[in-house]
Design a protein around this ligand. Sequence first.
Ligand code: ZN
Length: 503
Amino acid sequence: MSPLPAPGAMLAELVALPSASSFDPAADRGNRAVVDRLAAWAADLGAAVRVQELEGPAPRANLVATFGAGTDGLVLAGHADTVAADPAAWATDPLRLVETDGRLYGLGACDMKGFFVAALHAAARFDPARLRAPLHLVATADEECAMEGIRALAASGPPRARWAVVGEPTGLTPVRAHKGVLMERLVLHGREAHSSDPAAGASAIEGMVRALAALLAWRDELQAAHRDAAFAVPTPTLHPGVLRGGDRPNRVCARCELQFDLRSLPGMDPEELRVEICARVARAVAGTGLRFELRSLYPGTPALATPPDAALVRAAEEICGRPATTAAYGTEAPWFAAAGMETIVLGPGDIARAHRPDEFVTVDELDAAADLYARLIGRACGGTAEGGGRHAAAGGARSRRSSPPRGTDRRRRPASGPSRRRRAACRTARTARCGRRGGRGRPDCTTTPARGGSSPGRCGSRRSRPPRSRCRRNTCAVWRRRPGCGTGRPPVRRALAVRRHPC
Ligand SMILES: [Zn+2]
């Protein structure tokens, strides 16, 4: 008899635990409750669990649950937070799992609490004592904002394994590479004057025209020099997404702001790109009397580039029955790759359902993911899956579905929850142990102190919460995890992570 609840019941529990990450303190819930629940389930299966707490007003933590012992093995990793949801935009309560025709609706069901359900049910098929190499289940904090969880884990020493699988929703197609992401803000400071004598001032708008032209010309150079046919958009991209300046036609504009994102191909160094951005802007505005300020809106996400002939890629292609592909979005996978593991992204659900109202994952997707993960565990960790043996398989999601409560909408009925006795047993068995551990150069460029590293291995392990400031909604289109983009919600107050610019 499995110590785990049925998959639908597990997902219902996880969805019911608020875990939104947000730059708005009022909406920031932290992921600690989810981590504690996952730690309890993993401990019930015989894992040794380590919880790494993160600083901040909301309770946040990373989890490393290790089944078995030794070296090599496999990491199954995901983030235990969600974006914030607007309940008014949902057909049902986002924190109440609802099942309809095999679809499980709820906040985070697809991105990516369903992954943990599938991973735990895959782990449950193995006896930890019989694994030849360890299986590590990793849950991180703050992925939906500044990725502070994975940065802290990387700084403190991530679990070591031969392979790592990040379970973001890929439709169960292996993703072996994705682009890197930078998001930068350029502000030009000039001098106001009456428009009847523009030469008496210094127009930040005119300077921005020059700077933007220089950046776009550089983009063309990058696209001519770099190409990777493995990506749907095979060149690096630079997209100006925000431009603000001026307030009336008869006043010389004293401040103009540009925000842009740059999607780099694997092999392009983020720091070198930032240095070049600064140099191009400096040249563009030289002699105009303008002062410029460059900031990185968040530390950035490195690119992932696992070779197509890597053993993990080959194994995943064989198990999934389809070739590996690439993605344009960023994930936590590069941090595992930087720690020396062959790394892919592979998870249940479709990324297109994430960060939207009525997010869902299907029962079939959870079942299939559990099967795939179990086969990967068998390849990486040895041991023999005991589907239906010591622990039940995830296939129970459908078979164990309980009848809806009386009076429930038959089209949208709540998924069954675990029994009170089972929840009590989980709490009793909980053994989670606290693992608490912890621009200068140009005279005309104002820089901002760093809050963390921009790439794996460079991040700082100690950091405070980011400064509160203005809304960054307009950056959402390029950083897919930003909540609230285009929804018309009130501006978020938690600033994107700002770091020292290398110029
Ligand atoms: Zn995600």
